[in-house]
Structures are given as structure tokens and as C-alpha cells.
Design a protein around this ligand. Structure first.
Ligand SMILES: NC(=O)c1ccc[n+]([C@@H]2O[C@H](COP(=O)([O-])OP(=O)(O)OC[C@H]3O[C@@H](n4cnc5c(N)ncnc54)[C@H](O)[C@@H]3O)[C@@H](O)[C@H]2O)c1
Length: 379
């Protein structure tokens, strides 16, 4: 199969997530990086391009120039990966969609729901794919959990507890290194929330993809650390369809925690639990039997899980592979589309999931502003 060609905006050497995207995108040999505008710093832009073998005539100093030039080439990029700070996503994604180029964008896709819906409409009108990289549901064992829930392993869901503690903000404040995170801490650039839109939305996406149930309302409390204008800790009561309750805690000031995603789903017949620090394992506690630790890629796993594993069971796969799984689904979908084939079932997060995340954020913000009251998600 001819490889899918892609370009990247953002992710210059030294940035966080762009490099993870590059490795995830090429992991299964489905895609090749052909063009880029990796940084507004010309030197860094070139260094990143050379490191990844991007030809000199396809290094661009601005994304508008890149979109126009690539759209006019017979062998121009099929899709662009956008890995810049969040407040820049809208203009960049809009520009590439207008030039007929498919988009992968990191989350949160935009700072407002309105902008997200505009991108959703534009992609729909143009018939273009739009992937948004919510990472955690793309771990293989989360798909195992999804299938087990679907098959009734834990019965009807009666409670969901999800948490995402980090300590980067409190650590960087103490060490005076906050400047590195400037865009994340600026209310004008972050859409009015910090912790909620950054990592609260990761949990919202994880719960929804793992359980398949729909969130209806939230009651949120935002905690501001040392007078920060933005919240850096959120505690949210959740109400899902059929009145299923849930509890979500995300924090950027939880000392001693790096990236401690943990989810527990309790059902009438048992429970399932996953922790990011043991990403290949799923704890399954059936009501009438011993607790079991399921390992990804074992013969007893569903194909929804094993198809996302690249190594024999017991060999750790993690964050890079989760991005690999997203890009694999996206590239297969795009390849089918290019061949004019009907879309099969492709599992990767899309702009619809991004809209769900922004609806969650907006509802949490309204709940907080109105005195921590139950708030329905906007349609
Ligand atoms: N999915 C995840 O797990 C995950 C993890 C971290 C970050 N993110 C998201 O990824 C995005 C980027 O975050 P980050 O931590 O990598 O940021 P970062 O600040 O480390 O990197 C941003 C990069 O974009 C470049 N850039 C900025 N504006 C540009 C422009 N107009 N043209 C070209 N390059 C430009 C910067 O030079 C830098 O290289 C954010 O939306 C963030 O929320 C997602």
C-alpha cells in the first residue's frame, strides 16, 4: 500500500506532544512525514525537519503557505497533524480544511464549543476526516474493557469513579519554571479553564469510550491554587443516562503524581479497573469469583484489544503505542476513503468526541459560575 503522506504544524524540537505524534503516526508504516511548519523559530523549524528527513522545499515558515503549497501539489500531503498550543488550533485547522486537507488535531480541539462546531460543519461539508487525539481510550486494554462491558461482564453500570492527578503546576511554581507553560496558564489563550479543558476532558472521553454511556449533567467545583485566575483542580459529580452516577477528579496540583489516570467502573455483576501506570493490565472483579488481572494480547482477550497490540503479552506498550493506535485507525480509514471504499468500523476519536469534551467543559464552567449547581450539557 502506498503510504499516506502527512505534514505537521507545531512540534518543533523540545515541544512535548509533537514528537509523540510523529512516532505514533509512522509506527505501523502507514504514513510518512513529508512536510512541516514545526516552529515559528526558523532554526528550530529546519532542525526538526532535517531530523525527520523532510525535504528542504517542503519546510514552511507559516501554516497558510504550507496549506496552499501542499494543496497545489499532485503529491501534496493527505493530512496535517496540528500540535500547536490550543488557542491556535481553530485557525490552522480551518485553513487546512478549506484547502481540502484532512486533519488530525490534538485536544482540546478549540477553546470554544462554537469554534469546534464550525470545524465540524466545515469538515462535514468538505467530506474530510477530522481526528482529535484523546489518548487514553486508545490503550488496548480499554478496548478490552469496552467489549467486556458490552458483553455484560459487569452487568448494568451503577457507578463510575475516574481520576487524573498531576503535580506539574505545583512543582513548576515551586521551582520557578512556570514560564515554560505560559500558554497553558493564560486565561485568554486557554478558553477560560485550565485543568478542566486540559485533563478533565481526557477523563470525560475515557469514561464515554470505555462505557459507551452518555453524560447528561454535571455539578462542578473548581479549586484555584494560590490565587491563580484559572482552576488547577476540579471535582465533578457526573450524571449519566439512566441516572447512573459518577465522580471525576482532575488535578494539576496533586504533589507526588505525574500522570495518574485511574478509572473504576462498578456494575451489578462486578467491576473493572485500569491504571495508567500499569497500562497493559485490567483488573476484573466478578461478583462471584476471584479478582483477575487480565493482560493485553493474551489469547483470552477480544480482538478489539489484541488488534491494538504489537508485542507478545507481558512486553510493555504505552503512550506512544496509544498514539500509534489512533493513527492506525485514522490512516486505515483515510486509505479506504482514497480508494473509494465504503467506510468500515474505524475506532479513533473524532471531532464529535471533541465537541463532547467542550460541552463537558462548558457545563462544568457554568456549574461553577452559578454556585456549584447541577447543570445539563448543552445539545
Ligand atoms: N493528547 C495528549 O495526551 C496531549 C498531551 C500534551 C499536550 N496535548 C495538547 O497538544 C497541544 C500542544 O501541547 P504541547 O504541550 O506539545 O505544547 P508545546 O508548547 O510544548 O509545543 C507547541 C509547539 O508548537 C509550536 N508552534 C506554536 N505556534 C505555532 C505556529 N503558528 N506555527 C508553527 N508552530 C507553532 C511551538 O513552537 C512548539 O514547538 C495542546 O493543544 C495540548 O493540549 C495533548
Amino acid at each position: 500500500m502506498k503510504k499516506i503522506s502527512f505534514g505537521m504544524v507545531g512540534g518543533g524540537n523540545g515541544a512535548f506532544i509533537g514528537d509523540v505524534h510523529r512516532r505514533g503516526a509512522v509506527m505501523d508504516n502507514l504514513a510518512v512525514l513529508s512536510a512541516g511548519c514545526f516552529s515559528r523559530d526558523l532554526q528550530k523549524n529546519k532542525e526538526t525537519a532535517f531530523l525527520w528527513g523532510v525535504p528542504e522545499d517542503r519546510i514552511y515558515s507559516g501554516y497558510e503557505e504550507m496549506a496552499a503549497a501542499e494543496a497545489s501539489k499532485s503529491d501534496g500531503i493527505d493530512f496535517v497533524s496540528i500540535v500547536t498550543p490550543t488557542d491556535t488550533h481553530y485557525a490552522i485547522a480551518k485553513c487546512f480544511l478549506e484547502h481540502g486537507i484532512h486533519v488530525v488535531c490534538d485536544k482540546p480541539v478549540t477553546t470554544t464549543l462554537e469554534e469546534c462546531r464550525k470545524l465540524q460543519r466545515l469538515a462535514g461539508e468538505k467530506g474530510l476526516l477530522f481526528c482529535v487525539t484523546y489518548t487514553y481510550a486508545s490503550y488496548a486494554v480499554i478496548q478490552q474493557a469496552r467489549e467486556m462491558i458490552r458483553q455484560g461482564a459487569i452487568g448494568n453500570i451503577i457507578n463510575i469513579i475516574a481520576e487524573y492527578p498531576q503535580d506539574w503546576l505545583i512543582v513548576s511554581r515551586a521551582s520557578g519554571a512556570s514560564a515554560k507553560y505560559a500558554w497553558r496558564l493564560d486565561p485568554a489563550r486557554s478558553g477560560g479553564t485550565a485543568c478542566c479543558s486540559d485533563i478533565g476532558t481526557h477523563l470525560e472521553a475515557l469514561i464515554s469510550k470505555m462505557t459507551g454511556i452518555r453524560l447528561e449533567a454535571v455539578l462542578a467545583r473548581f479549586i484555584h491554587f494560590q490565587g491563580s485566575p484559572l482552576e488547577h483542580d476540579i471535582q465533578v459529580l457526573l450524571r449519566y443516562e439512566n441516572n447512573i452516577p459518577g465522580l471525576l477528579w482532575a488535578s494539576q496540583i496533586a504533589a507526588g503524581n505525574d500522570c495518574g489516570v485511574r478509572i473504576r467502573v462498578f456494575g451489578e455483576q462486578g467491576s473493572l479497573e485500569w491504571t495508567h501506570t500499569r497500562p497493559m493490565e485490567l483488573r476484573y472483579a466478578p461478583l462471584e469469583g476471584p479478582v483477575q488481572i487480565l493482560t493485553a494480547n493474551k489469547p483470552y482477550c477480544y480482538s478489539a484489544c489484541t488488534s491494538l497490540c504489537r508485542l507478545p503479552a507481558g512486553h510493555p506498550e504505552g503512550f506512544y503505542e496509544a498514539f500509534g493506535n489512533i493513527y492506525q485507525g485514522f490512516c486505515r480509514h483515510l486509505a479506504a476513503l482514497k480508494k473509494g471504499k465504503a467506510a468500515e468500523h474505524f475506532t479513533y476519536p473524532t471531532i464529535e468526541d471533541a465537541a463532547a469534551g467542550l460541552r463537558f467543559t462548558a457545563a462544568c464552567l457554568r456549574s461553577e459560575q452559578n454556585g456549584n449547581v447541577w447543570t445539563a450539557l448543552d445539545e
